[in-house]
Design a protein around this ligand. Structure first.
Ligand SMILES: [Mn+2]
Length: 330
């Protein structure tokens, strides 16, 4: 495997895979303690950490989360894949939620300031340089880790690439050229940028057109997220991104969403909550398949299927399928 490929080998041995952290530094410290990690990130059983991305935004201290994860990675105790929130920062997409990065306050709907540590110049530089080193996906024979969606074709394309921004811009330009001679409407155009750019697809997942406009995230939309994991079944995959409430179904036996929505805690604080949050941070112990929460509670993962041997797909064929698939839209 290319040492700078955007798809890298996942640690061998026992690991603890951590869901979206979103700046919730206290929850992260608490979770790592319950998992048995020392303050320097070492573990008595030599376990190591893997983060599914979305380290930052929304929560109170994104710079501290990045610093903690970066130091764990630099000491060989952790790996981390890119989430869509890291990518937005890398590519300079300013959102309300990542204003901390540019040193500006995150404002709530009523204009009140959401408490967050803001980045200064040196933090910005450090965070950006660190995000540039992160892969899109990690894989070993029986396990895969990606932020939002595992798609064999898009993974194959990412495997041959080394720079996520170039990869994104290249595919955006290819789609621009195709759309310049197309009479598709704005909704279909948007879906092509989402579903046919491998970076978009892997970091924020597939979307589809709805029959009628639906309300999502406070806006009327004509697109909805596709629950891709319902049709996934050729390797065990752990991902984040979807902020599924605790108690709701988050797997199909093969793919498991580890995002328990700690990134929504800031809305619980707005309502005066300081403890006993319903949104949580979680990690999955692998191969034990035990989910551990930031309050120390544990829950056995119901995933039943176990793979043995090398089942990684025929990547070349998947690349061709992905690239040919673009033509099917025109
Ligand atoms: Mn997220």
């Amino acid at each position: 495997m290319n040492s700078k490929s955007l798809v890298q080998p996942l640690f061998e041995g026992p690991i603890d895979i951590v869901g979206d952290v979103h700046g919730e530094i206290d929850a992260l410290h608490s979770l790592l303690r319950h998992l048995g990690y020392d303050s320097d990130g070492s573990h008595p059983d030599d376990r190591r950490l893997v983060f599914v991305g979305d380290l930052t935004d929304r929560g109170p201290d994104s710079p501290a989360v990045v610093a903690r994860v970066q130091s764990l990675i630099e000491s060989g105790r952790a790996q981390c894949v890119l989430g869509n929130h890291e990518f937005n920062i890398l590519v300079g997409h300013k959102k309300a939620e990542n204003k901390w990065f540019w040193g500006d306050d995150f404002l709530d709907k009523d204009g009140s300031v959401v408490p967050q540590v803001l980045a200064d110049d040196s933090t910005r530089q450090r965070v950006r340089t660190f995000f540039q080193t992160l892969p899109i996906a990690l894989a070993r024979d029986e396990l895969r880790v990606v932020h939002a969606c595992w798609d064999d074709g898009a993974i194959g394309v990412a495997k041959d690439a080394t720079d996520v921004i170039s990869l994104f811009k290249h595919h955006a330009a290819v789609i621009d050229r195709k759309l310049a001679v197309s009479d598709l409407d704005d909704i279909d155009r948007g879906l092509i940028y989402q579903n046919r750019n491998p970076v978009q697809l892997l970091l924020s997942g597939p979307e589809e057109r709805t029959d009628e406009p639906v309300k999502a995230g406070g806006k009327m939309r004509n697109e909805r997220r596709v629950h891709w994991w319902n049709n996934f079944g050729n390797a065990f995959c752990v991902f984040g991104h979807y902020a599924i409430p605790n108690g709701k179904s988050r797997d199909n036996g093969w793919a498991f969403c580890l995002d328990y929505g700690v990134g929504h805690r800031w809305t619980e604080r707005r309502e005066g909550k300081t403890t006993g949050f319903s949104w949580r941070l979680a990690a999955m112990r692998f191969p034990e398949r035990m989910v551990v929460f930031d309050d120390g509670r544990e829950q056995r993962c119901t995933m039943a299927k176990i793979l043995t041997g090398d089942d990684l797909p025929a990547i070349k064929e998947a690349i061709a399928t992905f690239q040919n698939g673009l033509d099917a839209y025109f």
